[in-house]
Write a protein that binds this ligand. Structure first.
Ligand code: HEC
Ligand code: HEC
Length: 308
């Protein structure tokens, strides 16, 4: 029970609880003693001839009631129930949760002990670790990245070799432990025409055929003059940890003109939540290995962004 910040409520709850129990005792006591009318009918009749007698409760029933009262008093002495009084056992739901969590963690450590001390490359090659990693991924990551980890609009594919924050074990681990926040600023102030030029140029970077070569040329200039290059690199190949590669065919939001225009005009803000505190170092270690393993089959040198 959370503590009351006013002692009145503490006393109020204690009085109500003990008063209620005392009231039950008094009723039970007085009613079981009032035998003066016993044996007489009350005058209540059902089903033509079923009459109610004014007899006291049978003893076994009365003692059952006393038993429940005794139980309540013992319970209130041991467990929380009387205002702020924590009870002799000092039991709390938070304490029980912590205890169960510690037990689960010990079990986890016992099952995966030696894997947790190995480096990520080794763990990624271990079938048992991959199975455990997949289970964790399905529980905690699949709702955003998909159960096949291939992502969707706004949620990156983790099985390719295209990384914004880096695909080396240490970089993946940092992403999982601390989370990541990506901000692509809005450039609506540049005006519709310039934004269209930029979108055409960005499209041309990944080899999309465009007949608007004049637009693309103007876009190239705007790209250099408006600070796009500061984040995405002079050739749009991206900067690790700062802005994605625009020259590959991998799009987080989409490579169609309309989507590019929206991205540039309105900007994008995206967040990968931090899992360090929630899952703990050990589970993150297994997940890092799992994610690292996913991308290994598809690794190509050419697709790596600049600065890596
Ligand atoms: C609430 C949705 C959400 C959940 C849950 C989530 N992610 Fe992410 N994750 C994202 C988003 C969004 C990004 C992209 C952030 C950005 O644009 O930089 C991301 C990025 C990443 C990246 C970096 C990719 C890169 O290109 O560098 C990795 C690795 C990753 N997530 C792994 C995981 C793992 C493993 C889990 C499960 C523990 C997980 N994510 C759970 C939303 C989520
Ligand atoms: C402050 C650094 C920064 C600047 C300046 C910047 N960008 Fe970005 N841009 C980003 C980041 C970070 C992302 C990734 C957002 C995410 O992961 O959600 C991004 C994403 C994009 C995307 C989406 C890519 C995809 O995969 O869908 C496009 C297109 C883009 N930027 C174009 C531009 C253009 C054009 C300019 C100049 C007008 C520009 N950016 C300026 C940081 C920047």
């Amino acid at each position: 029970m959370s503590d009351f910040n006013n002692s009145f409520w503490n006393i109020w709850v204690i009085l109500l609880t003990l008063g209620g129990i005392a009231f039950c005792i008094i009723i039970l006591w007085t009613q079981s003693r009032a035998r003066s009318n016993s044996g007489q009918v009350t005058g209540h009749v059902w089903d033509e001839n079923l009459e109610e007698y004014n007899n006291p409760m049978p003893n076994w029933w009365r003692w059952l009631f006393y038993g429940t009262i005794f139980f309540a008093l013992v319970y209130l002495a041991l467990y929380p129930g009387l205002g702020n009084f924590a009870g002799k056992h000092q039991w709390t739901s938070a304490g029980q949760y912590e205890k169960e969590k510690a037990a689960a963690e010990a079990q986890f450590k016992a099952a995966y002990g030696e894997l947790l001390t190995q480096n990520v490359e080794l763990v990624a090659a271990d079938p048992k670790a991959r199975e455990a990693g997949e289970r964790l991924f399905l529980n905690y990551c699949a709702q955003c990245h998909g159960s096949d980890a291939k992502g969707s609009k706004g949620f990156p594919n983790l099985t390719d070799s295209d990384w914004l924050w880096g695909g080396e074990p240490a970089q993946i681990k940092e992403t999982l432990l601390k989370g990541r926040m990506a901000v692509m600023p809005a450039f609506g102030h540049l005006g519709e025409e310039v934004i269209k030029d930029l979108a055409t140029y960005v499209r041309s970077l990944s080899g999309a055929v465009t007949d608007k070569s004049i637009r693309a040329a103007r876009g190239k200039e705007a790209f250099a003059n408006n600070g796009c290059a500061a984040c995405h690199g002079a050739e749009g190949k991206g900067t690790l940890g700062l802005a994605p590669n625009l020259t590959d065919k991998v799009w987080l939001y989409g490579g169609r003109d309309a989507v590019l225009i929206e991205t540039i005009a309105k900007g994008r803000t995206n967040q990968m939540p931090a899992f360090g505190e929630f899952l703990g170092e050990d589970k993150v270690h297994l997940l890092t290995a799992y994610v690292y393993g996913l991308s290994q089959g598809n690794r190509t040198e050419a697709a790596k962004p600049e600065g890596k």
